[in-house]
Ligand binder design. Sequence first.
Ligand code: FES
Ligand code: FES
Length: 166
Amino acid sequence: MAKSPISMTVNGRATEALVEPRTLLIHFLREQLSLTGPHIGCDTSHCGACTVDLDGKSVKSCTMFAIQANGASITTIEGLAAADGTLHALQEGFREMHGLQCGFCTPGMIMRAYRLLQENSSPSEEEIRFGISGNLCRCTGYQNIVKAIQYAAAKMSGAEVREAAE
Ligand code: FES
Ligand code: FES
């Protein structure tokens, strides 16, 4: 099948590639760019494991073609930590509050939470639960995921983080 040139910014780097029109963004990220943080957890656009940030929105990267992302700016979980390796507050929060078990949902969950906190820096528990309702986790029961996001929100606002994980 004929390939088309695309260019985009991925995790701050200018990226150019040739893609088939049928290539999904998740396959492009994982197979052509070797960014395997975004996961594939379903065939139905339900699980959110493939979530990335695209031009300031959370996007399930299995729901669009790579060619549709031409010209876009994309951040995946690989682009969240600082260049020196310092974890983002959300990554730290998931670690400190035990917000993961198997970890399969975690990259998508963190990227969704990243956009949530960009849009609402001090969300209520209800707003967090609604905000991540498009991302499924079959391990944790969500309680510590919510705490991890609250931890990050508090840290990003400069507040002291007191509550320990259960
Ligand atoms: S892989 Fe499940 S929503 Fe994309
Ligand atoms: S930690 Fe296993 S699916 Fe969420």
